[in-house]
Write a protein that binds this ligand. Structure first.
Ligand code: RTP
Ligand code: MG
Length: 140
């Protein structure tokens, strides 16, 4: 297995409840290393661009409103098979379907306010990392 990178967001429901450290701890305990991190307030334009693949989905407007409802923490994570490793510790989109011990099962409030985002492929990870970070902000 190769050491790769993925992109993570600690979503507004988690930052609002002061869970930045708690979520990050679960990522670190899953052997993911935070090699870049910043807390930002996403603009509507940023959120719409980030979730452009979901533009036609019924939940798109709600999702953009939620993701801009408060600060988020964007992170680059590094580890063996980082995309899969991160998706595994996050758990299923819907916290009711997420496995015990996952971030979403532990902390998510709903299918929308589900505490964490993680890239779904190496290709999307590279795109999403570049959307929020310059290479000089990432220290591996
Ligand atoms: P993410 O992209 O945030 O890591 O989550 P995911 O792959 O598990 O889920 P995806 O299908 O890509 O959906 C993106 C985010 O949209 C919100 N969502 N709301 N109301 C709904 O039915 C619904 N479905 C999805 C969630 O915040 C989800 O993480
Ligand atoms: Mg997704």
């Amino acid at each position: 297995m190769a050491v790769t990178r993925t992109f993570s967001i600690i979503k507004p429901d988690a930052t609002r409840r002061n869970l930045t450290g708690a979520v990050t701890k679960m990522l670190e305990e899953a052997d993911l290393r935070v090699i870049a991190s910043k807390r930002i307030q996403m603009t509507k334009e940023q959120a719409e661009g980030f979730y452009a693949v979901h533009a036609e989905r019924p939940f798109f407007n709600d999702l953009v409103a939620f993701m801009t409802s408060g600060p988020v923490v964007v992170q680059v994570l590094e580890g063996e098979d980082a995309v899969l490793r991160n998706r595994k510790i996050m758990g299923a989109t819907n916290p009711k379907e997420a496995d015990e011990g996952t971030i979403r099962r532990t902390y998510a409030e709903s299918i929308e306010a589900n505490s964490a985002h993680g890239s779904d492929s190496d290709e999307n990870a590279a795109i999403e990392i570049a959307y929020f970070f310059n290479e000089d902000e990432i220290v591996g």
